[in-house]
Every structure is written in C-alpha cells, then in structure tokens.
Write a protein that binds this ligand. Structure first.
Ligand code: NAP
Length: 274
C-alpha cells in the first residue's frame, strides 16, 4: 500500500484527507492519506526521517511550509519563487519539495474565468503567506502590473521587492484610486473568513464592469467580498477550486494517476465542511 500524509500543527482542520480520500476511493487505489500532527520542534527531524519511512510523500501546511523550504535541497521552480513548500515526494531516496498553490490558483481561474489570462493589471489584497503564491501565479500568467495592497504597508513593500519590477506596493487608502485600473482583483486577506472583522472590506463600486473578482478564502464560499461583487454583476470565482486543484499534482506524484476535479468532488467537500 502507498501511504501519504498531510502534516501541520494543529492538523485536525485540514480538508486534504477527505479530498485525497475521495480520489483514492474513486480510482480504487491501494493507498492511504492521513493527517499527521507534528509539533514545530520535531518537524526538522520528521523531514530528515522521511526518505526511510513508510511514506511516499505528503502535503505540508501551516506552520511548516517555510521550514520545509529552508531544509530541502531539491525544490521545484514554484517553491523556489514562493519560498514555501506544500508538497513533498521522494525521488531516488532524496526528499523533494514543491509548491502547488500557484498552480491551484491558476487552474481554478482557468476553469471558471479563462479570460483572466487576457488581463494586464491585477490587484492583490493582502501580503501574508498565501499572497506569494498568487503573485507568482500572476507573473507566470503574464500580468504586466501587479498592485499589492496591504493593511500593513511594509509587508506589501517587502513582497513587491521580492517579486521585482512588475510589482508595486500600496496603502489601503489608495484603493479607490487604483481599483478602476484593475482587470483582476484577488482577495488573499482573511477579511470575510467566518468570524473575522470585515470592517476593512473595500468598496467595489469603483471597479470597471469587466473586472474579474476572486477570493482565495472559501469559508464561507460566498465571502462578503464576492457577495458585493456579485451584487454589482461582476464575474466572480470562489476559492474552493484553488484548494481542490492544488491537490492534483501531489496525488499524481505519489499514486501515479492525475485525478480530476469534478463538480461531484466540489459538492462533497462543501457538504463535509458544512
Ligand atoms: P496570513 O499570512 O495570516 O496573512 C493574512 C493577511 O490578511 C495579511 O495580509 C493581513 O494583513 C490581512 N488581514 C488580516 N485581517 C485583516 C483585516 N481585518 N483587515 C485587513 N487585512 C487583514 O494568512 P495567509 O496564510 O496568507 O492566508 C490568508 C487566507 O487565505 C486564509 O483565509 C486562508 O484560509 C486562505 N487560503 C486559501 C487557500 C486556498 O486553497 N483557497 C490557500 C491558502 C490560503 P497584515 O499584514 O496587515 O496583518
């Protein structure tokens, strides 16, 4: 039996076991995928032991993504650009790390708003851990200008500096001036996540009628950000697809089948998360 895992601390909230469990059943594979809580002080040893363990690989989530990046010598290009690892696999007894979040983000937009790739200017709200994958994905898709707007300006500035000349950092107060110029706007802040303060939600009335609006937060599925865009009649894409698509490359590496992201899977994850 091939065994894979998701590790984080804590780990009980992770939806990855139900997602990979669905595909294991669906494709009838002799495999397992289990949550493994590893405390931060034990994570480096966990990584070191992996090539000689019973596992073929796994996923890494908060707070281990950056530590995995720092401790691996073999990384894919996305992990190098993003500075974090979310997928591990073993090749010739060497532990390798990749990052599939940018792929998941792009694949979700490709599915629900393929015209996003025609855009030239994108706005990213937020400069936390997840925003780096989004900026990488936007650069890969050929966006010429990426406006990074964050409550704490210094973090936006750091992110913009890391990703080069196509990126610029901005204050939250600049939003009304910047928003009419964007073809795509992505919320990567936790504003609108169930139970969080939504008082800084931007006013979307100034966006152009053609702007595509997407949120990487998927709980609730229709965040206040997406609700406001839907009420304005704008094209919107929710964040659940990013979660589903980012899991595809790992499953393929560990188990040898490239799984499909289907409406049935989406429905199941929504039902099980409700
Ligand atoms: P993070 O590192 O903690 O960053 C949070 C970001 O939100 C920061 O930019 C922070 O601004 C901003 N923020 C928080 N509260 C705010 C408020 N009240 N008003 C304005 N800005 C606020 O988190 P993360 O890891 O980037 O994750 C962000 C969200 O993305 C989470 O909800 C996570 O579940 C979701 N996510 C989804 C997927 C997916 O597959 N769909 C993948 C990864 C993450 P400051 O810098 O000013 O604090």
């Amino acid at each position: 039996m091939k065994k894979a895992f998701v590790t984080g601390w804590p780990i009980s909230h992770s939806k990855s076991p139900m997602l990979h469990g669905f595909w294991i059943d669906h494709y009838g594979i002799n495999a397992s995928y289990e949550p493994l809580g590893v405390e931060p002080e034990n994570f480096q040893k966990f990584l070191k032991d992996l090539p000689n363990s019973e596992f073929v690989g796994g996923n890494v989530t908060i707070p281990h993504k950056e530590i995995a990046f720092e401790n691996l010598t073999k990384l894919d290009d996305a992990a190098k650009a993003i500075g974090a690892v979310n997928t591990l696999w073993i090749e010739s007894e060497i532990l390798c790390g990749g990052n599939t979040d940018a792929y998941g983000f792009s694949a979700n937009l490709d599915e629900f708003a393929p015209e996003w790739r025609d855009g030239k200017t994108a706005m990213v709200l937020g400069a936390g851990g997840a925003s780096r994958a989004i900026v990488h994905s936007l650069l890969e898709a050929g966006f010429e200008k990426i406006l990074i707007v964050n409550r704490t300006y210094e973090r936006a500035q750091k992110l913009a500096n890391q990703f080069g000349d196509n990126c610029s950092a901005h204050n939250w107060a600049d939003l009304p001036d910047l928003m009419p110029r964007t073809d795509l706007i992505v919320n990567t802040t936790s504003i609108g996540m169930a139970g969080t303060d939504a008082s800084m939600m931007p006013d979307l009335s100034v966006l152009s009628d053609n702007t595509i609006v997407t949120d990487i937060v998927y709980s609730p599925l229709e965040t206040p950000f997406l609700k406001s865009a839907n009420e304005r009649g704008l094209k919107t894409v929710d964040g659940l697809g990013m979660l589903l698509h980012q899991a595809v490359p790992g499953f393929e590496k560990w188990f040898g089948i490239r799984p499909d992201v289907t409406p049935q899977l989406r429905k199941l994850i929504l039902e099980l998360s409700a």
